[in-house]
Design a binder for this molecule. Sequence first.
Ligand code: SF4
Ligand code: SF4
Length: 459
Amino acid sequence: MNAQLKVVSESYYAHQKVYPREVDGRFAHLRVLSVWALLGIFYLLPWLPWGGRQAVLFDLPARKFFIFGIVFWPQDFIFLTWLLVIAALLLFFVTAVWGRLWCGYACPQTVWTETFLWLEKFAEGDRSARQKLDRAPLSARKLARKSLKQFLWVSFALWTGFTFVGFFTPIRTLSAEFLAFNVGPWETFWVLFYGFATYGNAGYLREQVCKYMCPYARFQSAMFDRDTLVITYDTERGDPRGARKRGTDPRAQGKGDCIDCTLCVQVCPTGIDIRKGLQIECIACAACIDVCDDVMDKMGSPRGLIRYTTQQALEHKPSRLLRPRSLIYGALLTTLVVGFCAAVYMRNPVALDVIRDRNALYQVRDDGHVDNVYTIRILNKSEHAQRFALNAHGASALTLLPRMAEYSVPSGEVYSIPVRVRRATYEPLGAETITFELGSLDDANVHVTTRARFLAPTR
Ligand code: SF4
Ligand code: SF4
């Protein structure tokens, strides 16, 4: 019983704050570059004008998404679904080939945590200064440093929340409202909500989001195989570990290359020891590679004791980039991306739906003519009102009633009209497939057709 309790209590040990040591190196530079690029896109994109309006704006009240001159309507939801499938498949492909590249360089949690760490370092100093400050009793200096950090964090988090809302409400209008203290309750709520989420996740939760909350960390191992690029400590080369003098041969002392300096643990933002093998907590940030390369340089040993490699390579077998998994993901991804681009390019700014009248299959008139009744729905997805003309034709002679009608449909509106298609002469032809043709009278390029069944007696 006591042993059980001990196991349970050890499973729920108190969280230990991680103080990652700063690191310099090739991969750190790459991450800084990636953080700047992604933050730049996020904070500047809503300010970018395009054709007289915001380049990217998800206007929910108007139910329109503006993306670089293209307007998407709720009826274009299929494109959003398509895009999500592409994003998921891209993640699968990248993970299968390059491991957790997304986590280390592009995940918002990594990007914002890195930025909050920069602000923390600016206010409180480097790793040892931060540890010392946390251990020190409350003093004017400690209060000043902590207050400065909180001020920077809160300001940055609020700016993030404001920018996020700026993707849904025109950001220039939003800033004017903020300056005039006249912001709507929903905008205020979302700025605070998103700001608070950023503050909490990047300021306090940090590596715990990756360890305990992120679903991707849970299932990414299912996408790994023996040829996937992972960050690994080379046990064969590094063990047995132990201190030695600079420039001496470790083999002559019965040791491996690892001098057991623990710097790879100190720089790790999730606080793990990569020398224990591949772990779910590793976000593949490559900080341990940079610091270990630095140590190897100083010790006069070759770099790469911790490196990007594959399980195959570690076992001295050749690694394959082209393998069934990467080929299948790659082929699917290419097909979906090409299909998506083609579909967006050929997207029609007008949609035409034809719905048959369910109450009567057909009507045979006294003069022998046969009528079918339909409801026509015209959706004008363009940005201006348009006049449309409708036509119907098939194998037999057909007349559309009302004749020569012209329908004016405002931008973004759906226009429903009942129409009657008359087979002009009675012949026992039975049913046939007919085509409705809708053309814009204002734009000769706008033209759409839809097929429907025309029912009639056979004799
Ligand atoms: S940084 Fe390199 S040498 Fe130092 S403990 Fe880690 S693996 Fe060993
Ligand atoms: S083990 Fe290395 S690559 Fe993994 S999270 Fe820690 S420092 Fe980053």
